[in-house]
Design a protein around this ligand. Structure first.
Ligand SMILES: Nc1ncnc2c1ncn2[C@@H]1O[C@H](COP(=O)(O)OP(=O)(O)OP(=O)(O)O)[C@@H](O)[C@H]1O
Ligand SMILES: [Mg+2]
Length: 491
Protein backbone atom coordinates (compact mmCIF):
# COMPACT_ATOMS: atom_id res chain seq x y z
CA UNK A 1 0.00 0.00 0.00
CA UNK A 2 1.55 3.32 -1.05
CA UNK A 3 2.05 6.16 1.44
CA UNK A 4 -0.20 8.33 -0.74
CA UNK A 5 -3.03 5.80 -0.40
CA UNK A 6 -2.44 5.41 3.33
CA UNK A 7 -2.62 9.15 3.75
CA UNK A 8 -5.82 9.32 1.76
CA UNK A 9 -7.25 6.52 3.89
CA UNK A 10 -6.27 8.16 7.16
CA UNK A 11 -7.66 11.54 6.13
CA UNK A 12 -10.91 9.95 4.95
CA UNK A 13 -11.30 8.12 8.25
CA UNK A 14 -10.58 11.34 10.15
CA UNK A 15 -13.27 13.12 8.13
CA UNK A 16 -15.82 10.31 8.59
CA UNK A 17 -15.14 10.02 12.32
CA UNK A 18 -15.37 13.81 12.68
CA UNK A 19 -18.74 13.85 10.93
CA UNK A 20 -20.04 11.05 13.17
CA UNK A 21 -18.73 12.81 16.27
CA UNK A 22 -20.23 16.08 15.09
CA UNK A 23 -23.67 14.55 14.57
CA UNK A 24 -23.43 12.84 17.94
CA UNK A 25 -22.33 16.06 19.63
CA UNK A 26 -25.15 18.00 17.96
CA UNK A 27 -27.64 15.38 19.12
CA UNK A 28 -26.37 15.38 22.69
CA UNK A 29 -26.23 19.19 22.70
CA UNK A 30 -29.84 19.47 21.60
CA UNK A 31 -30.86 16.96 24.26
CA UNK A 32 -28.94 19.02 26.79
CA UNK A 33 -30.54 22.28 25.61
CA UNK A 34 -34.14 21.11 25.24
CA UNK A 35 -34.07 18.35 27.84
CA UNK A 36 -36.78 16.73 25.76
CA UNK A 37 -36.00 13.22 24.75
CA UNK A 38 -39.20 12.53 22.92
CA UNK A 39 -39.02 15.57 20.71
CA UNK A 40 -35.37 14.80 20.23
CA UNK A 41 -36.10 11.24 19.32
CA UNK A 42 -38.29 12.57 16.51
CA UNK A 43 -36.00 15.48 15.82
CA UNK A 44 -35.32 14.64 12.24
CA UNK A 45 -38.80 13.39 11.55
CA UNK A 46 -40.27 16.64 12.81
CA UNK A 47 -37.92 18.87 11.07
CA UNK A 48 -37.42 17.00 7.87
CA UNK A 49 -41.13 16.66 7.30
CA UNK A 50 -41.76 20.08 8.78
CA UNK A 51 -44.00 18.47 11.32
CA UNK A 52 -44.98 21.37 13.51
CA UNK A 53 -46.55 19.50 16.42
CA UNK A 54 -45.59 16.94 18.97
CA UNK A 55 -47.42 13.66 19.20
CA UNK A 56 -49.92 14.79 21.90
CA UNK A 57 -50.61 18.00 20.06
CA UNK A 58 -51.09 16.08 16.87
CA UNK A 59 -53.54 13.73 18.63
CA UNK A 60 -55.58 16.65 19.93
CA UNK A 61 -55.45 18.24 16.50
CA UNK A 62 -56.70 15.01 14.90
CA UNK A 63 -59.52 14.91 17.46
CA UNK A 64 -60.60 18.37 16.47
CA UNK A 65 -60.19 17.55 12.82
CA UNK A 66 -62.49 14.57 13.31
CA UNK A 67 -64.95 16.82 15.07
CA UNK A 68 -64.75 19.37 12.26
CA UNK A 69 -65.51 16.71 9.73
CA UNK A 70 -68.35 14.96 11.54
CA UNK A 71 -69.83 17.38 14.02
CA UNK A 72 -68.56 20.89 13.20
CA UNK A 73 -71.20 22.53 15.36
CA UNK A 74 -69.29 21.26 18.43
CA UNK A 75 -66.48 23.60 17.45
CA UNK A 76 -68.73 26.52 18.27
CA UNK A 77 -69.22 25.26 21.78
CA UNK A 78 -67.00 27.50 23.89
CA UNK A 79 -66.83 25.01 26.73
CA UNK A 80 -65.50 22.27 24.45
CA UNK A 81 -63.06 24.69 22.86
CA UNK A 82 -61.79 25.82 26.26
CA UNK A 83 -61.37 22.23 27.25
CA UNK A 84 -59.31 21.46 24.13
CA UNK A 85 -57.35 24.65 24.60
CA UNK A 86 -56.64 23.65 28.17
CA UNK A 87 -55.36 20.27 27.05
CA UNK A 88 -53.26 21.93 24.37
CA UNK A 89 -51.92 24.39 26.90
CA UNK A 90 -50.67 21.45 28.93
CA UNK A 91 -48.44 20.53 26.01
CA UNK A 92 -47.47 24.17 25.28
CA UNK A 93 -49.80 24.59 22.29
CA UNK A 94 -52.71 26.98 21.63
CA UNK A 95 -56.03 26.73 19.90
CA UNK A 96 -57.65 29.15 17.44
CA UNK A 97 -61.00 28.59 15.73
CA UNK A 98 -62.16 30.86 12.94
CA UNK A 99 -65.61 31.22 11.43
CA UNK A 100 -65.44 32.87 8.01
CA UNK A 101 -63.14 35.82 8.79
CA UNK A 102 -64.10 36.12 12.41
CA UNK A 103 -62.06 34.63 15.24
CA UNK A 104 -64.46 32.44 17.16
CA UNK A 105 -61.99 31.30 19.75
CA UNK A 106 -58.36 32.17 20.46
CA UNK A 107 -56.18 31.00 23.32
CA UNK A 108 -55.82 33.79 25.93
CA UNK A 109 -52.08 34.02 25.26
CA UNK A 110 -52.84 35.19 21.73
CA UNK A 111 -55.05 38.10 22.74
CA UNK A 112 -52.43 40.74 21.85
CA UNK A 113 -52.01 39.41 18.36
CA UNK A 114 -54.09 40.53 15.44
CA UNK A 115 -54.81 37.01 14.29
CA UNK A 116 -57.11 38.12 11.43
CA UNK A 117 -54.17 39.62 9.65
CA UNK A 118 -51.68 36.82 10.15
CA UNK A 119 -53.61 33.60 9.94
CA UNK A 120 -53.54 31.90 6.53
CA UNK A 121 -56.70 32.20 4.42
CA UNK A 122 -59.32 29.54 4.09
CA UNK A 123 -58.42 26.70 1.76
CA UNK A 124 -61.18 24.29 1.02
CA UNK A 125 -58.77 21.65 -0.26
CA UNK A 126 -56.51 21.77 2.78
CA UNK A 127 -53.40 21.85 0.63
CA UNK A 128 -51.10 23.18 3.27
CA UNK A 129 -52.09 21.99 6.66
CA UNK A 130 -48.72 22.35 8.34
CA UNK A 131 -46.57 25.45 8.22
CA UNK A 132 -44.94 28.25 10.17
CA UNK A 133 -45.66 31.95 10.48
CA UNK A 134 -44.01 35.03 11.89
CA UNK A 135 -45.95 37.47 13.99
CA UNK A 136 -43.77 40.37 14.97
CA UNK A 137 -40.99 38.92 17.02
CA UNK A 138 -42.97 35.72 17.60
CA UNK A 139 -42.55 32.66 15.56
CA UNK A 140 -45.19 29.92 15.36
CA UNK A 141 -45.53 26.56 13.82
CA UNK A 142 -49.08 25.37 13.25
CA UNK A 143 -51.41 22.75 11.95
CA UNK A 144 -54.67 23.86 10.39
CA UNK A 145 -57.79 22.25 9.08
CA UNK A 146 -60.42 24.09 6.99
CA UNK A 147 -64.02 22.89 6.88
CA UNK A 148 -67.63 24.01 6.53
CA UNK A 149 -69.62 24.59 9.69
CA UNK A 150 -72.65 23.67 7.62
CA UNK A 151 -72.33 22.99 3.94
CA UNK A 152 -75.81 24.36 3.27
CA UNK A 153 -75.17 27.77 4.77
CA UNK A 154 -71.63 27.94 3.37
CA UNK A 155 -70.16 29.02 6.69
CA UNK A 156 -66.43 28.37 6.51
CA UNK A 157 -64.54 27.26 9.56
CA UNK A 158 -60.83 26.81 10.38
CA UNK A 159 -59.22 25.16 13.34
CA UNK A 160 -55.60 26.01 14.21
CA UNK A 161 -53.26 24.44 16.67
CA UNK A 162 -50.33 26.79 17.17
CA UNK A 163 -47.12 26.38 18.94
CA UNK A 164 -44.73 29.17 19.61
CA UNK A 165 -41.12 28.40 18.87
CA UNK A 166 -37.92 30.16 19.54
CA UNK A 167 -37.00 31.95 16.28
CA UNK A 168 -33.35 31.34 16.95
CA UNK A 169 -33.85 27.62 17.40
CA UNK A 170 -35.96 27.64 14.30
CA UNK A 171 -33.33 29.49 12.37
CA UNK A 172 -30.75 27.01 13.52
CA UNK A 173 -33.02 24.18 12.51
CA UNK A 174 -33.55 25.72 9.10
CA UNK A 175 -29.90 26.34 8.71
CA UNK A 176 -28.91 22.96 10.12
CA UNK A 177 -28.56 21.18 6.75
CA UNK A 178 -26.61 24.15 5.45
CA UNK A 179 -24.46 24.19 8.60
CA UNK A 180 -23.81 20.48 8.30
CA UNK A 181 -22.94 20.96 4.65
CA UNK A 182 -20.56 23.83 5.45
CA UNK A 183 -19.03 21.85 8.30
CA UNK A 184 -18.49 18.78 6.14
CA UNK A 185 -17.17 20.99 3.34
CA UNK A 186 -14.69 22.64 5.73
CA UNK A 187 -13.67 19.23 7.01
CA UNK A 188 -13.20 17.89 3.50
CA UNK A 189 -11.33 21.00 2.43
CA UNK A 190 -9.08 20.88 5.49
CA UNK A 191 -8.50 17.17 4.92
CA UNK A 192 -7.71 17.80 1.27
CA UNK A 193 -5.35 20.69 2.06
CA UNK A 194 -3.63 18.64 4.75
CA UNK A 195 -3.33 15.74 2.36
CA UNK A 196 -1.83 18.06 -0.29
CA UNK A 197 0.52 19.58 2.30
CA UNK A 198 1.75 16.23 3.61
CA UNK A 199 2.04 14.89 0.08
CA UNK A 200 4.12 17.90 -0.96
CA UNK A 201 6.29 17.76 2.14
CA UNK A 202 6.82 13.99 2.35
CA UNK A 203 5.64 12.06 -0.67
CA UNK A 204 7.04 14.44 -3.28
CA UNK A 205 10.58 14.55 -1.76
CA UNK A 206 10.47 10.75 -1.41
CA UNK A 207 9.55 10.53 -5.09
CA UNK A 208 12.49 12.77 -5.92
CA UNK A 209 14.77 10.59 -3.79
CA UNK A 210 13.58 7.49 -5.62
CA UNK A 211 14.20 9.19 -8.98
CA UNK A 212 17.67 10.26 -7.92
CA UNK A 213 18.45 6.72 -6.69
CA UNK A 214 17.28 5.35 -10.04
CA UNK A 215 19.55 7.79 -11.88
CA UNK A 216 22.45 6.71 -9.66
CA UNK A 217 21.62 3.07 -10.34
CA UNK A 218 21.79 3.83 -14.07
CA UNK A 219 25.19 5.48 -13.57
CA UNK A 220 24.02 9.08 -13.90
CA UNK A 221 25.44 10.93 -10.92
CA UNK A 222 24.50 14.41 -12.12
CA UNK A 223 20.80 14.34 -11.15
CA UNK A 224 20.69 17.08 -8.54
CA UNK A 225 18.20 17.20 -5.68
CA UNK A 226 17.13 20.39 -3.93
CA UNK A 227 15.75 20.18 -0.40
CA UNK A 228 12.57 22.27 -0.24
CA UNK A 229 12.36 22.27 3.55
CA UNK A 230 14.60 22.05 6.57
CA UNK A 231 12.64 19.34 8.35
CA UNK A 232 13.72 15.70 8.68
CA UNK A 233 12.70 14.89 5.10
CA UNK A 234 14.57 17.98 3.85
CA UNK A 235 17.65 16.91 5.79
CA UNK A 236 17.39 13.41 4.35
CA UNK A 237 17.16 14.84 0.81
CA UNK A 238 20.12 17.12 1.51
CA UNK A 239 22.25 14.30 2.94
CA UNK A 240 21.31 12.04 0.04
CA UNK A 241 22.34 14.74 -2.42
CA UNK A 242 25.62 15.28 -0.57
CA UNK A 243 26.23 11.55 -0.83
CA UNK A 244 25.51 11.67 -4.58
CA UNK A 245 27.84 14.66 -4.94
CA UNK A 246 30.63 12.84 -3.06
CA UNK A 247 30.10 9.74 -5.18
CA UNK A 248 30.17 11.88 -8.31
CA UNK A 249 33.39 13.54 -7.19
CA UNK A 250 35.03 10.23 -6.36
CA UNK A 251 34.02 8.77 -9.74
CA UNK A 252 35.38 11.90 -11.44
CA UNK A 253 38.57 11.52 -9.43
CA UNK A 254 38.86 7.88 -10.45
CA UNK A 255 38.43 8.87 -14.11
CA UNK A 256 40.99 11.60 -13.63
CA UNK A 257 43.42 9.13 -12.08
CA UNK A 258 42.79 6.76 -14.93
CA UNK A 259 43.56 9.55 -17.42
CA UNK A 260 46.67 10.45 -15.47
CA UNK A 261 47.82 6.86 -15.46
CA UNK A 262 47.45 6.64 -19.22
CA UNK A 263 49.24 9.96 -19.65
CA UNK A 264 52.00 8.83 -17.30
CA UNK A 265 52.53 5.62 -19.24
CA UNK A 266 52.69 7.46 -22.54
CA UNK A 267 55.10 10.04 -21.08
CA UNK A 268 57.36 7.38 -19.60
CA UNK A 269 57.42 5.41 -22.82
CA UNK A 270 58.20 8.55 -24.76
CA UNK A 271 60.91 9.76 -22.39
CA UNK A 272 62.55 6.33 -22.28
CA UNK A 273 62.23 5.72 -25.95
CA UNK A 274 64.12 8.85 -27.01
CA UNK A 275 67.41 8.03 -25.22
CA UNK A 276 67.10 4.35 -26.13
CA UNK A 277 66.78 5.26 -29.81
CA UNK A 278 69.82 7.52 -29.51
CA UNK A 279 71.86 4.86 -27.67
CA UNK A 280 70.83 2.33 -30.30
CA UNK A 281 71.93 4.75 -33.04
CA UNK A 282 75.33 5.33 -31.48
CA UNK A 283 75.83 1.60 -30.81
CA UNK A 284 74.97 0.82 -34.44
CA UNK A 285 77.45 3.50 -35.52
CA UNK A 286 80.17 1.77 -33.49
CA UNK A 287 79.17 -1.67 -34.85
CA UNK A 288 79.21 -0.40 -38.43
CA UNK A 289 82.72 1.02 -37.94
CA UNK A 290 81.73 4.69 -38.19
CA UNK A 291 84.03 5.36 -35.22
CA UNK A 292 87.27 4.73 -36.99
CA UNK A 293 89.22 7.20 -34.92
CA UNK A 294 89.72 6.86 -31.18
CA UNK A 295 88.45 10.41 -30.76
CA UNK A 296 85.16 9.59 -32.51
CA UNK A 297 84.80 6.38 -30.54
CA UNK A 298 85.28 8.27 -27.29
CA UNK A 299 82.65 10.77 -28.38
CA UNK A 300 80.17 8.00 -29.19
CA UNK A 301 80.83 6.20 -25.92
CA UNK A 302 80.51 9.46 -23.97
CA UNK A 303 77.17 10.16 -25.71
CA UNK A 304 75.94 6.67 -24.89
CA UNK A 305 77.03 7.19 -21.30
CA UNK A 306 75.21 10.56 -21.08
CA UNK A 307 71.96 9.11 -22.44
CA UNK A 308 72.18 6.09 -20.17
CA UNK A 309 72.77 8.42 -17.21
CA UNK A 310 69.74 10.48 -18.31
CA UNK A 311 67.67 7.33 -18.37
CA UNK A 312 68.97 6.25 -14.99
CA UNK A 313 68.15 9.66 -13.58
CA UNK A 314 64.68 9.57 -15.10
CA UNK A 315 64.00 6.10 -13.69
CA UNK A 316 65.29 7.18 -10.27
CA UNK A 317 63.17 10.34 -10.29
CA UNK A 318 60.16 8.39 -11.42
CA UNK A 319 60.64 5.81 -8.73
CA UNK A 320 61.05 8.50 -6.11
CA UNK A 321 58.02 10.38 -7.39
CA UNK A 322 55.81 7.29 -7.41
CA UNK A 323 56.93 6.45 -3.87
CA UNK A 324 55.93 9.93 -2.76
CA UNK A 325 52.67 9.64 -4.69
CA UNK A 326 51.83 6.34 -3.04
CA UNK A 327 52.88 7.69 0.37
CA UNK A 328 55.48 4.94 0.52
CA UNK A 329 58.38 7.30 1.04
CA UNK A 330 58.57 7.90 4.78
CA UNK A 331 59.28 11.40 6.05
CA UNK A 332 61.52 11.82 9.07
CA UNK A 333 60.70 15.23 10.43
CA UNK A 334 63.02 17.10 12.69
CA UNK A 335 63.57 20.59 13.93
CA UNK A 336 65.60 22.48 11.33
CA UNK A 337 66.88 26.02 11.65
CA UNK A 338 65.97 27.30 8.23
CA UNK A 339 68.44 30.07 7.47
CA UNK A 340 71.72 28.14 8.12
CA UNK A 341 70.23 25.14 6.34
CA UNK A 342 69.54 27.18 3.17
CA UNK A 343 72.96 28.87 3.32
CA UNK A 344 74.66 25.48 3.55
CA UNK A 345 72.84 24.12 0.49
CA UNK A 346 73.68 27.24 -1.54
CA UNK A 347 77.34 27.04 -0.50
CA UNK A 348 77.39 23.36 -1.58
CA UNK A 349 76.35 24.57 -5.00
CA UNK A 350 78.69 27.53 -5.04
CA UNK A 351 81.03 26.10 -7.68
CA UNK A 352 78.16 25.48 -10.05
CA UNK A 353 76.67 28.88 -9.34
CA UNK A 354 80.02 30.50 -9.99
CA UNK A 355 80.42 28.52 -13.20
CA UNK A 356 77.09 29.90 -14.40
CA UNK A 357 78.03 33.38 -13.14
CA UNK A 358 74.94 33.53 -10.96
CA UNK A 359 74.86 36.24 -8.34
CA UNK A 360 73.03 35.09 -5.21
CA UNK A 361 71.32 37.64 -2.97
CA UNK A 362 69.75 36.98 0.38
CA UNK A 363 66.59 38.68 1.49
CA UNK A 364 66.16 37.87 5.15
CA UNK A 365 64.49 39.96 7.81
CA UNK A 366 66.32 40.19 11.10
CA UNK A 367 64.59 37.68 13.35
CA UNK A 368 64.52 38.17 17.12
CA UNK A 369 64.83 34.41 17.49
CA UNK A 370 66.17 31.72 15.15
CA UNK A 371 63.47 30.45 12.73
CA UNK A 372 62.88 26.76 13.03
CA UNK A 373 60.79 24.57 10.77
CA UNK A 374 59.70 20.97 11.03
CA UNK A 375 61.25 19.26 8.04
CA UNK A 376 62.80 16.18 6.54
CA UNK A 377 66.31 17.47 5.80
CA UNK A 378 67.00 15.15 2.88
CA UNK A 379 63.75 15.85 1.14
CA UNK A 380 63.79 19.58 1.76
CA UNK A 381 67.29 19.62 0.28
CA UNK A 382 65.92 17.85 -2.76
CA UNK A 383 63.24 20.54 -3.18
CA UNK A 384 65.85 23.28 -3.05
CA UNK A 385 68.15 21.40 -5.41
CA UNK A 386 65.34 21.02 -7.92
CA UNK A 387 64.44 24.72 -7.70
CA UNK A 388 68.07 25.87 -7.92
CA UNK A 389 68.64 23.42 -10.79
CA UNK A 390 65.74 25.03 -12.67
CA UNK A 391 67.05 28.53 -12.02
CA UNK A 392 70.50 27.52 -13.29
CA UNK A 393 69.06 25.64 -16.22
CA UNK A 394 66.63 28.25 -17.47
CA UNK A 395 68.38 31.57 -16.71
CA UNK A 396 69.93 32.68 -19.96
CA UNK A 397 70.49 36.44 -19.80
CA UNK A 398 73.22 38.42 -18.11
CA UNK A 399 73.59 39.28 -15.31
CA UNK A 400 72.07 36.16 -13.75
CA UNK A 401 70.55 37.05 -10.43
CA UNK A 402 69.00 34.77 -7.88
CA UNK A 403 67.35 36.14 -4.74
CA UNK A 404 66.58 33.80 -1.86
CA UNK A 405 64.19 35.18 0.74
CA UNK A 406 62.88 33.90 4.06
CA UNK A 407 59.70 35.40 5.51
CA UNK A 408 57.99 34.64 8.78
CA UNK A 409 54.21 34.33 8.43
CA UNK A 410 51.73 33.79 11.24
CA UNK A 411 52.51 30.16 12.03
CA UNK A 412 54.42 29.38 8.86
CA UNK A 413 57.63 30.31 7.18
CA UNK A 414 57.77 31.22 3.51
CA UNK A 415 60.81 30.62 1.32
CA UNK A 416 61.00 32.64 -1.91
CA UNK A 417 63.35 31.89 -4.83
CA UNK A 418 63.36 34.63 -7.41
CA UNK A 419 65.35 34.50 -10.64
CA UNK A 420 65.63 36.95 -13.52
CA UNK A 421 65.38 34.21 -16.14
CA UNK A 422 63.06 33.98 -19.16
CA UNK A 423 59.94 33.51 -17.04
CA UNK A 424 57.09 31.14 -17.74
CA UNK A 425 54.23 31.80 -20.14
CA UNK A 426 50.93 32.42 -18.28
CA UNK A 427 49.32 29.52 -20.20
CA UNK A 428 51.94 27.10 -18.84
CA UNK A 429 52.11 28.48 -15.33
CA UNK A 430 49.22 26.42 -13.90
CA UNK A 431 50.77 23.17 -15.12
CA UNK A 432 54.44 23.41 -14.20
CA UNK A 433 53.91 21.38 -11.01
CA UNK A 434 52.29 18.54 -12.97
CA UNK A 435 54.52 15.54 -13.56
CA UNK A 436 56.24 15.42 -16.95
CA UNK A 437 55.10 18.93 -17.78
CA UNK A 438 57.73 20.92 -19.64
CA UNK A 439 57.17 24.15 -21.46
CA UNK A 440 57.61 23.89 -25.23
CA UNK A 441 60.67 26.16 -25.06
CA UNK A 442 62.28 23.84 -22.48
CA UNK A 443 61.88 20.83 -24.73
CA UNK A 444 64.98 21.72 -26.76
CA UNK A 445 67.64 19.02 -26.61
CA UNK A 446 70.13 21.45 -25.06
CA UNK A 447 67.95 21.78 -21.95
CA UNK A 448 67.66 18.35 -20.43
CA UNK A 449 64.99 17.39 -18.00
CA UNK A 450 62.13 15.01 -17.39
CA UNK A 451 59.53 17.46 -16.10
CA UNK A 452 59.50 15.76 -12.72
CA UNK A 453 61.54 18.30 -10.71
CA UNK A 454 58.67 20.59 -9.67
CA UNK A 455 56.20 17.68 -9.33
CA UNK A 456 58.58 16.10 -6.80
CA UNK A 457 59.04 19.46 -5.06
CA UNK A 458 55.28 19.81 -4.71
CA UNK A 459 54.84 16.27 -3.34
CA UNK A 460 57.54 16.91 -0.74
CA UNK A 461 56.22 20.34 0.33
CA UNK A 462 52.67 19.01 0.58
CA UNK A 463 54.05 16.10 2.59
CA UNK A 464 55.35 18.75 4.99
CA UNK A 465 51.87 20.27 5.24
CA UNK A 466 52.91 23.31 3.23
CA UNK A 467 52.10 24.82 -0.15
CA UNK A 468 54.15 25.62 -3.22
CA UNK A 469 53.28 28.02 -6.04
CA UNK A 470 54.88 30.09 -8.77
CA UNK A 471 54.57 33.63 -10.09
CA UNK A 472 56.18 34.57 -13.29
CA UNK A 473 56.42 37.35 -15.81
CA UNK A 474 57.75 36.26 -19.20
CA UNK A 475 61.00 38.05 -19.94
CA UNK A 476 61.47 39.22 -16.36
CA UNK A 477 61.84 36.12 -14.25
CA UNK A 478 60.18 33.49 -12.11
CA UNK A 479 59.42 33.42 -8.41
CA UNK A 480 58.78 30.13 -6.68
CA UNK A 481 57.42 30.31 -3.14
CA UNK A 482 56.78 27.57 -0.64
CA UNK A 483 55.66 27.47 2.95
CA UNK A 484 56.65 25.24 5.84
CA UNK A 485 55.22 24.91 9.30
CA UNK A 486 57.00 27.09 11.79
CA UNK A 487 58.34 24.92 14.59
CA UNK A 488 57.62 26.41 17.97
CA UNK A 489 59.16 24.69 20.94
CA UNK A 490 56.33 24.62 23.48
CA UNK A 491 58.18 22.77 26.18
N1 LIG B 1 63.01 29.09 -13.06
C1 LIG B 1 62.35 28.80 -14.17
N2 LIG B 1 62.39 29.64 -15.24
C2 LIG B 1 61.71 29.34 -16.35
N3 LIG B 1 60.97 28.23 -16.53
C3 LIG B 1 60.91 27.36 -15.52
C4 LIG B 1 61.58 27.60 -14.28
N4 LIG B 1 61.33 26.57 -13.46
C5 LIG B 1 60.52 25.72 -14.13
N5 LIG B 1 60.27 26.19 -15.37
C6 LIG B 1 59.43 25.55 -16.40
O1 LIG B 1 58.66 24.56 -15.76
C7 LIG B 1 58.82 23.29 -16.36
C8 LIG B 1 58.78 22.22 -15.32
O2 LIG B 1 59.88 22.25 -14.47
P1 LIG B 1 60.43 20.95 -13.81
O3 LIG B 1 61.53 21.30 -12.89
O4 LIG B 1 59.29 20.21 -13.22
O5 LIG B 1 60.91 20.10 -15.04
P2 LIG B 1 62.28 20.17 -15.82
O6 LIG B 1 63.15 21.17 -15.18
O7 LIG B 1 61.92 20.41 -17.23
O8 LIG B 1 62.81 18.74 -15.64
P3 LIG B 1 63.56 18.13 -14.37
O9 LIG B 1 63.46 19.11 -13.29
O10 LIG B 1 62.83 16.88 -14.09
O11 LIG B 1 64.94 17.89 -14.81
C9 LIG B 1 60.15 23.39 -17.03
O12 LIG B 1 60.23 22.53 -18.13
C10 LIG B 1 60.20 24.84 -17.46
O13 LIG B 1 59.55 25.00 -18.66
MG1 LIG C 1 63.62 21.03 -13.16
Amino acid sequence: MSIRFRLLLSFTSVVVISVILFVLAAYLLSVAVTGDFRSISSFYKIHLSLHPLSEEEENLFLDMKYLAKHDPAQLKNRQILEEYDYQLKMVQAMLVVRENNKILYAAPKLKDINLDAVLPPYDMYNNTIRHTMNVGSHFFSYAKFDFYFSPESDVKGSVFVLRERSPFAEMIRTLLPLLIFVFVAILLLTGFLLYRYVTRKIVHPLDQLRKSAEHIKDGDLTYELKASSRDEVGQLVQTFDQMREKLHQSVQLQLHYEDNRKQLLSNISHDLRTPITTIKGYAEGIRDGVTHTQEKLDKYVAAIHTRASDMERLVDELLFYSKLDLNKEPFSFEQVELSPFLHRIVSELSIELDNHAVEVRWDEEKQPQPLFVLADREKLKRVLMNLLDNALKYMNQQPKQLTIGIKRLEDQVMVVLKDNGPGIHPDSLPYIFERFYREEASRSPSVRGSGLGLAIARQIIEGHGGEIWANSEPGKGTTICFTLKNFVDRR
